[in-house]
Design a protein around this ligand. Structure first.
Ligand code: NAD
Length: 360
């Protein structure tokens, strides 16, 4: 019999974990019971702050959890998610699902075999502006999307790449601005435009090259199965950062765009170029803003984590798939896999099948 109140845990008590804890506190029908970290001091402080029991990663599941949020660094996601699945806990994993497609496929397979749900935290899909554009595609207002653009023009201090041992190494992080920041926008683009089939990309390290072997700047073009085309420009080397933008034009000729500026604020529709309903807003409002600290950027995302977690817990209760499944999250990783391959080969590269099981 299903419990009335879902018992939740958090694994990895760093920057983003507070957003998950806040959602479990604020949502009815779910409570944060326990948290774990490889660093016991971090787990202890987080437990006190959020009224949960501190635990080591191995003991966490002794607390009889229904679900866990995985908020550990990207390269650990596979091991942590598969362990949670083996304990029968539903899993909400932070993005990116993994840094390579084989790991993502194994995570999906492990959760399916254990009959637990796997959701991935692309909380920007829950911006009302993002959903309005999706609705305008679904109801035919825009028509089939044929042209997309996203810019992810951000600021990070070099210290961002040096403060935590796992950041900035290609082996650990799997990449730079594409893997860690732009993946949110690539997820939105593919949500709007459908299956991606080919990517051409180039990247460089213009500003943080001393601190990271991964790219701090990248450009790409993406071709979709529909025949649609999209471009991307992404960087963490700008001061001040210029926020993020997604723009989609459909076969009807109508266009819609959203802006997240400054980074971490709720995106708003900045362009609604639909005949008879035209509106536009300047992307930078009253002017450029100073770059907010990372803690404020992450904190400002919390309301959208709450919406995503509400949808995920509803899915668990109702025994259905969540809005952003592991399979869905693997699609943006497949586009990135092709982008990195293209940057290395200098040629357009096909987007690999996101769900192919590999032994890698
Ligand atoms: N959805 C978003 O907008 C968003 C925002 C920030 C971070 N993230 C993602 O969340 C993840 C974590 O990022 P962060 O900035 O919070 O990192 P962080 O370094 O601040 O925190 C990670 C924590 O995990 C712990 N940890 C590492 N390996 C572990 C393991 N095997 N078991 C248990 N604990 C372990 C570390 O000790 C640390 O406390 C990343 O994958 C990142 O991409 C997503």
């Amino acid at each position: 019999m299903k419990r009335a109140v879902l018992r939740a845990g958090v694994i990895g008590c760093g920057n983003v974990a507070g957003n998950h804890a806040a959602a479990y506190r604020d949502l009815p029908g779910v409570e944060l019971v326990a948290c774990a970290d490889v660093d016991p001091d971090r787990a202890g402080r987080f437990a006190v702050r959020h009224g949960a029991a501190a635990s080591g990663p191995d003991d966490l599941f002794d607390h009889g959890l229904d679900l866990v949020s995985v908020c550990t660094p990207h390269p650990t996601h596979e091991a942590v998610v598969t362990r949670a699945a083996a304990h029968g806990a539903h899993v909400l994993c932070e993005k990116p699902i993994a840094t390579e497609l084989g790991a993502a496929a194994r995570m999906v397979a492990a959760c399916e075999a254990a009959r637990v749900r796997l959701g991935v935290a692309f909380q920007r899909r829950f911006w009302p502006a993002a959903r309005r554009i999706r609705a305008a595609i679904d109801d035919g207002t825009l028509g089939v999307p044929v042209l997309g653009h996203t810019s992810v023009l951000l600021h990070r201090d070099t210290s961002y790449y040096t403060a935590d041992a796992w950041r900035g190494s290609r082996a650990a992080d799997g990449g730079g601005v594409l893997m860690t920041q732009a993946i949110h926008n690539i997820d939105l683009l593919q949500w709007y435009m459908g299956e991606a089939v080919e990517v051409s990309a180039a990247h460089a390290a213009f500003r943080h090259g001393e601190a990271t072997e991964a790219e701090d700047t990248a450009v790409a073009t993406v071709r979709f199965a529909s025949g649609g085309l999209a471009t991307l420009a992404a960087s963490t080397a700008l001061t001040p950062g210029l926020g993020t933008r997604v723009l989609v034009s459909g076969r009807t000729g109508a266009s819609a765009g959203l802006t997240e500026y400054p980074e971490g604020t709720e995106a708003r529709i900045d362009l609604w170029a639909v005949p008879g309903a035209e509106t536009s807003a300047p992307p930078f409002g009253t002017g450029l803003a100073a770059d907010p600290p990372l803690s404020r950027i992450n904190g400002a995302l919390a309301p959208f984590h709450t919406l995503l977690i509400e949808e995920f817990t509803d899915a668990v209760r109702q025994g259905r798939e969540p809005a952003v499944t592991g399979r869905e999250a693997a699609k943006s990783l497949a586009i990135l896999t092709a982008a990195y391959a293209s940057a290395a080969s200098g040629r357009p590269e096909p987007v690999p099948a996101p769900h192919e099981e590999t032994t890698a």
